[in-house]
Design a protein around this ligand. Structure first.
Ligand SMILES: Nc1ncnc2c1ncn2[C@@H]1O[C@H](COP(=O)(O)OP(=O)(O)OP(=O)(O)O)[C@@H](O)[C@H]1O
Ligand SMILES: [Mg+2]
Length: 224
């Protein structure tokens, strides 16, 4: 479970990214975080991963208050999360497979084990046949699915995806969303930000942010 308890994030004296957010996300939910540019979507996702800390309030992930975590414990928290962030690009000088293996290699997995788990992750996003390609030989949508494979290779219980469908055409965006929804069917909590409203009806719940506040929130047919 993820809980926001009266969370405010102020970057500077009069720049509020989030104001007094209270929110509970149950295990296994598929949530779309919507709202215009600057609304606070990325900030909210980064708080769950401990990348940004609240100015006031608490963010609690699986019973643990993230703002009280020591810096040394953050890598351990992040290993349990699948992060697909706007500014985390694939490494272009190595294969798709090597990119997906990387989170396992940096945490000390043996290379044989890392390779077989990376192949499983690539298969789940439908890209096992591209394992030996370089990222730039793939389409934008395929690259985004490689980023999903890299994010789930540690078998996280929570996936945070920041604008995973940005810059994709409808067909590729649908493939990316299908890949994420397949993890939700397997019990993973998915929190996806998007300012593209055409996909919102695919979520269990939509949380609409504007000016750092939840201005609207609704459940869709999927959860009702
Ligand atoms: N590191 C930072 N320093 C100062 N202000 C910031 C910082 N990061 C974000 N902000 C401000 O906080 C507000 C929310 O930003 P955020 O990135 O969370 O919005 P967003 O909803 O993700 O927007 P987009 O749809 O463009 O990605 C914006 O006004 C932004 O300028
Ligand atoms: Mg953003």
């Amino acid at each position: 479970m993820i809980e926001f308890d009266n969370v405010t994030k102020q970057y500077s004296r009069d720049a509020y990214a989030l104001r007094d957010i209270s929110l509970t996300i149950q295990d296994g939910e598929l949530i779309f975080l919507a709202g215009p540019s600057g609304a606070g979507k990325s900030t909210l996702l980064k708080m769950i991963a401990g990348i940004e800390k609240p100015t006031s309030g608490h963010v609690i992930v699986n019973g643990q208050d993230i703002s009280k975590l020591k810096t040394g414990s953050l890598p351990y928290l992040r290993r349990k999360l699948g992060l697909i962030l706007q500014d985390q690009k694939l490494l272009t000088d190595r294969s798709v497979l090597a990119n997906v293996m990387l989170p396992l290699i940096v945490t000390g997995a043996a290379s044989g084990e890392a390779e077989s788990r990376a192949c499983v992750a690539l298969e789940k996003v439908g890209l096992l046949d591209k394992a030996n390609a370089l990222p730039l030989e793939l389409s934008g949508g395929e690259q985004q699915r490689v980023a999903i494979a890299r994010a789930i290779v540690n078998r996280p219980k929570i996936i945070l995806a920041d604008e995973p469908t940005a810059f994709l055409d409808r067909d590729n965006a649908n493939k990316v969303l299908s890949a994420l929804k397949a993890f939700q069917s397997a019990g993973v909590t998915c929190l996806i930000s998007s300012h593209d409203e055409q996909f919102l009806d695919q979520a269990d719940r939509v949380i609409y942010l504007s000016n750092g506040q939840i201005s609207d929130s609704w459940t869709t047919g999927a959860a009702a």
